[in-house]
Design a protein around this ligand. Structure first.
Ligand code: CTP
Length: 415
């Protein structure tokens, strides 16, 4: 990366994105995207197309980006201050959000008749498109042909997502969410590949707390380090990631939507609400039992010790793994065992119906709260011993493995 003389020595120059905002109702989300990128200390310079300016004002874009907005290819003042070549070269990455069918067509065919298309053609930096359009426009053979050509040219694409569209129709065409685009940008700027762009990942992490009375609870030693690291790694790989976290001392991972819960019941409800997902990783140490009835008042230490009437908590992993149209393509669980590790974890994989299990021998080495871990990956085809590594490295390795299993060329059933 180029260095900036205005930055004090020892500090890296901020990374810079050229954001091209084309015309479409999703342009309003570009404002949110600018904020998300700035939160990541990424400098954002914007080009607003004429159609884009019908949806968002140059003033909003300038105010949020903190820089002047470029609009006109033939403006003498703009050209004398910052030529279109410099505009695209000074960026580390060019992002088009929303990318319309028209702008995609222009780029695929090498047109350069306005500032946006000229900057795209003149750039020597990676380009990330976040398409947004009507479902039929997206499905049209011309758009799909342009998309294939752009991908061949090395252009990265995130989304579009499926759902209700602004035009009133339902289907693929909705622009990826700004925090997901920001995560993909962060990943690309870090030199990575958004291997999981367009996927939704659900991760559970941490312990749960099952209330006994207003002051006491049943819980366990889980720190949440592994689950949080997995959520962060999946997000770095470009997945839209929802983390459902029990009480931990950890901060929310960047680029991840984190839902905080306390009990197993709350965790199950939050997971249900976060579905559908393409990937689910259940790393939480969910308490196995909860009290049938939580005491409304503090239980007093008088007379005999209280006997607790316990009932099983909902099994989130087994529920998520249940066959059906909403089942994620890949479900990964954990198994903390103190007996015959492989045999117990293999049986647990079948019993819970998940695809993979990462099995920890919690009797051999302290895992809870530690920064390193040793696991076996149990799949339908056998067990694989992974070397001892940090929880962050394990998260990275798992995310890579998940991306490989979900890649279009991979076998239909993940092994
Ligand atoms: N799990 C879950 N919901 C529960 C209990 C466990 O989602 N109520 C998930 C955990 O997140 C983990 C996996 O199930 O991915 C296995 O957890 P573990 O505690 O090892 O298994 P248990 O089902 O509790 O079985 P046992 O304690 O009998 O070994």
């Amino acid at each position: 990366m180029e260095t900036d003389a205005s930055v004090p020595s020892g500090l890296a120059a901020p990374q810079r994105v050229l954001l091209i905002i084309a015309g479409g109702i999703a342009a309003y989300k570009a404002l949110e995207l600018i904020r998300r990128l700035r939160e990541r200390d990424i400098a954002v310079r914007c080009v607003l197309t004429a159609a884009g300016a019908e949806f968002v004002t140059p003033l909003s874009v300038a105010a949020l980006s903190g820089e002047r907005v470029y609009r006109d290819l033939f403006s003498l003042t703009e050209e004398s201050e910052m030529g279109h070549i410099r505009l695209s070269r000074e960026a580390d990455l060019v992002v088009v959000a929303p990318a319309t069918a028209d702008l995609m067509a222009k780029l695929a065919n090498g047109h350069a008749d306005d500032l946006a298309s000229t900057a795209l053609l003149a750039t020597d930096k990676p380009v990330l498109l976040a398409p947004a359009m009507n479902v039929e426009m997206w499905r049209h053979p011309a758009t799909q042909r342009n998309l294939a050509r752009l991908k061949d040219d090395g252009v990265r694409v995130i989304g579009p997502e499926s759902g209700d569209l602004a035009c009133g129709e339902v289907g693929a065409g909705r622009m990826a969410e700004p925090h997901d685009i920001a995560a993909a940008v962060g990943f690309l700027l870090a030199g990575g590949e958004p291997l999981l762009a367009g996927r939704h990942a659900l991760v559970t992490s941490g312990p749960t707390r099952e209330a006994v009375d207003p002051v006491r609870f049943i819980s366990n030693r889980s720190s949440g380090k592994q689950g949080h690291a997995i959520a962060a790694a999946l997000a770095r790989f470009g997945a839209t990631t929802t983390l459902v976290a029990g009480p931990t001392a950890l901060g929310d991972p960047p680029g991840v939507r984190t839902v905080h819960v306390e009990s197993a019941q709350e965790m199950a409800a939050a997971c249900e609400a976060a579905m559908p997902a393409d990937i689910a990783v259940c790393a939480a140490a969910v308490a196995d039992w909860q009290l049938r009835a939580v005491a409304a008042r503090k239980i007093k230490k008088r007379g005999a010790a209280p006997a607790f009437d316990l009932v099983e908590t909902p099994d989130i992993l087994a529920t998520v793994s249940r066959p059906g149209p909403r089942r994620p393509r890949l479900v990964v669980g954990f198994a903390a065992e103190t007996g015959d590790l492989i045999a117990e974890a293999t049986a647990k994989r079948r019993r819970k119906g998940c695809d993979w299990i990462l099995a920890n021998d919690v009797a051999a080495t302290p895992i809870f709260g530690a920064d390193t871990t040793t696991v076996h990956l149990i799949t339908a085809t056998g067990a694989e011993a992974w070397p001892r590594m940090s929880k962050i490295a394990l998260a990275e390795r798992l995310a890579r493995r998940i991306a490989a299993a979900l890649a279009p060329a991979a076998a239909p059933s993940p092994a």
